[in-house]
Design a protein around this ligand. Structure first.
Ligand SMILES: Cc1cc2nc3c(=O)[nH]c(=O)nc-3n(C[C@H](O)[C@H](O)[C@H](O)COP(=O)(O)OP(=O)(O)OC[C@H]3O[C@@H](n4cnc5c(N)ncnc54)[C@H](O)[C@@H]3O)c2cc1C
Length: 352
């Protein structure tokens, strides 16, 4: 179904077209009254004598009256007719059927989006869904990049980074953020106080990491807490892309079992990955019978689950700063290159 903008476009197109047709009749009448005949300009090269056998059409009425089925078939076979028909068909498809819209994000301009749904996933974590201007819009965020959110808190403009869990290729008309609220946090607390209809300010895309299925043969990921969001976006894009052969191994660390975010979604991806994607969970406080890692992520676990640095591989990391410091030390001891202060796409170890 066409949306409101498309109806508006068709209406304005019809009005403009009708206006131009009327205007052309008035201009034509004006010129004819002064003995200026437009056909003398349009039919340059053809005989000016209207009685000439090649010029047996004197008016639109004559033209319609004399227009036979053979004329229609001959006209339909002319390159000009075929090209025009093709152009009209492409324009029609583009306007009404494809429904493709321009990406909404702009990296130089703050845009506002209203909250339309909040789904609490644990006492301090929720998924926030924001509507885009049209149901066919996409956010316009390349896989691996993130957005910035800004809000005025106590008279100061505060800005933080977030990675949507939605993807342009699957999710139209909205985007979602999975956010953990910290009691003393600025933006995460601001989120927790939002009501349906409240708007947030967003700018992007930001970040140096952009994933594509030829980027590397093996991805190793180490995530802690909400650091899972950039990883989830990349895993989801990779696993549903059947031309992608990248293997992905994820170490995901949390405090308690109930803190594991997007667990069902990650398991689902694992089961549909034909062995390409594997997860190793680590918990500080494991429940009885826990089969994953216990305590903090160790050097041995990194060595076991991450691809060897000699392979065509990249290690991606996102999590709380103390955990990231410990992981950098493990990787250094395992002879991986040290990540830069601000990572670049070409780096073997990339810190979000
Ligand atoms: C690329 C990128 C993507 C990110 N994506 C997400 C995402 O999808 N979802 C998400 O929830 N977060 C994400 N983050 C983290 C996010 O940017 C904020 O750092 C986080 O929401 C805290 O911001 P704040 O303003 O609420 O807290 P701040 O004002 O920065 O911190 C104030 C206080 O809050 C508490 N606090 C803040 N962060 C932590 C922490 N990690 N552990 C313990 N206490 C803390 C501390 O008491 C701190 O003193 C991402 C970060 C990056 C760099």
């Amino acid at each position: 179904m066409p949306n409101n903008n498309q109806y508006l476009f068709l209406l304005s197109f019809s009005l403009t077209f009708s206006f131009l047709v009327l205007a052309s009749f008035r201009v034509s009448a004006f010129l004819t009254a002064r003995e200026i005949h437009l056909r003398n300009f349009i039919l340059i090269g053809l005989p000016k004598d209207l009685q000439h056998p090649d010029m047996d059409v004197h008016s639109i009425q004559d033209f319609i009256k004399n227009f036979s089925q053979e004329d229609a078939i001959a006209l339909a076979q002319t390159p000009a007719f075929l090209a025009s028909a093709g152009l009209v068909a492409v324009t029609f498809y583009w306007l009404l059927l494809s429904g493709e819209r321009k990406p909404v994000l702009n990296s130089n301009e703050w845009k506002e989006f209203p909250l339309v749904l909040k789904t609490q996933t644990s006492p301090n974590t929720a998924i926030y869904r924001f509507a885009l201007p049209s149901s066919k819009d996409v956010l316009g965020l390349p896989v691996g990049q993130h957005i910035q959110i800004s809000a005025e808190i106590n008279g100061k403009d505060i800005m933080r980074s977030y990675t949507p869990t939605t993807l342009d290729q699957f999710d139209k008309g909205h985007f979602e953020l999975l956010i953990k609220t910290y009691e003393k946090g600025n933006i995460s607390r601001h989120f927790s106080l939002l009501k349906i209809g409240d708007r947030i300010r967003v700018k992007g895309p930001k970040g140096a990491f952009i994933y594509n299925n030829k980027l590397t043969g093996h991805l190793g990921m180490i995530a802690g807490g909400t650091g899972i969001t950039p990883m989830y976006q990349i895993i989801r894009s990779s696993i549903w892309d059947h031309s992608d052969a990248t293997t992905i191994n994820l170490i995901y660390a949390n405090v308690n079992e109930e803190d594991i975010l997007l667990r069902d979604e990650l398991e689902h991806l694992h089961h549909n990955s034909a062995g390409r994607f594997n997860i190793f969970y680590v918990l500080n406080n494991p429940p009885p019978g826990w089969k994953g890692g216990v305590g903090f992520v160790t050097k041995e676990q990194v060595a076991h689950y991450m691809p060897s640095q000699e392979k065509d591989c990249k290690i991606l990391m996102c999590g709380p700063p103390p955990m990231m410091t410990a992981m950098k030390k493990h990787l250094d001891e395992l002879k991986y290159p040290a990540p830069r202060t601000v990572s670049k796409l070409a780096d073997q170890v990339f810190l979000f």
